[in-house]
Ligand binder design. Sequence first.
Ligand SMILES: [Zn+2]
Length: 333
Amino acid sequence: MKKRICFRTKITHYIILILVLSFLTITAASDYDRAYVQKEISNLSLQALSPYKNTQGIEYWPLCTSKNNQPRFVTGTNPHQGTDLTINVGEHIYPIYDGEIIYIKKDISSQTGHIVVKSEIGYTEPVYIEYLHVIPIDGIDEGDFVYTCIPIATIDEYKRYDSHLHIGRVNEDRTLHYQIYDLYKDVLNWKNGSDLDVFSYPDFNTETNIFTITAYVSSDTENTDYYAGYGRFPLEYITFFYSVNNGTWKSKNIHEYSDNFKYSFNVKQITGSKSNDTIRYYITATRDNNSSLDTTFKDASYKTAYYPAYYAHPGPALTNQLADAIALTITIH
Ligand SMILES: [Zn+2]
């Protein structure tokens, strides 16, 4: 009997040790390392095509199940560093721009087949697009030029993840992720690209002091009660964090949005500032983990996305130092 208790105690200690170690590993995985680049939209001359075409070879816009920068109820990057699109096993994937393959991983044993294509599209710097969870077409390799009309891969079957395409705009060494809605501002099926990123189309009107931004999430997994399986869901609220003339950081939750998930608020009013005051700000989106519609996120512990996106895994609010590193600036009219 005594021996059994002792054994059990040892097991308990062992489990606690494992838990502590794994917790340390998670937190030590540097929550505040940089993971994102939030670009100003400028000089984009060439809109991207869909990575998927129907059997007639016509552009098809698959549903997004998890946006870039979306908090989610999984163990992967959180928020999600990239966008997931529902495309069936074996379907062809096309590059969204003509370009050159600069990275390819052909080992598909863990469903991590991966291609990165570099393209010049009229930005000042090249655009790198990654395609993940795919099987590269036989024979293609780094250095090959690829074209939007010819497939580069097919969707891999389930090994670790449900079959889907993970697509994202990355930097050359794939360590940072950019928003991609601006590559699709002409695509109504994706709400002008807003389906692909949690935050899109931020705008400050320097005459009226009205700030607008579009923000919503897409479901991670099937929810047959809504939008035929997948859907667009409102956030619980967004939060405007602000510092007036370099004063103390404060915040204001904003719940109201229009039909198209557009939030709109008067910065002068909600900050109580006056003309010529300088406002530094960032915005968070809090996903609703009690939603009766977005049931696949029930009880998730991590709920926050940031604009501008920057940190790998930030908490619900930032320390002054972390806020200072990402804050954007506007001047009140
Ligand atoms: Zn993904």
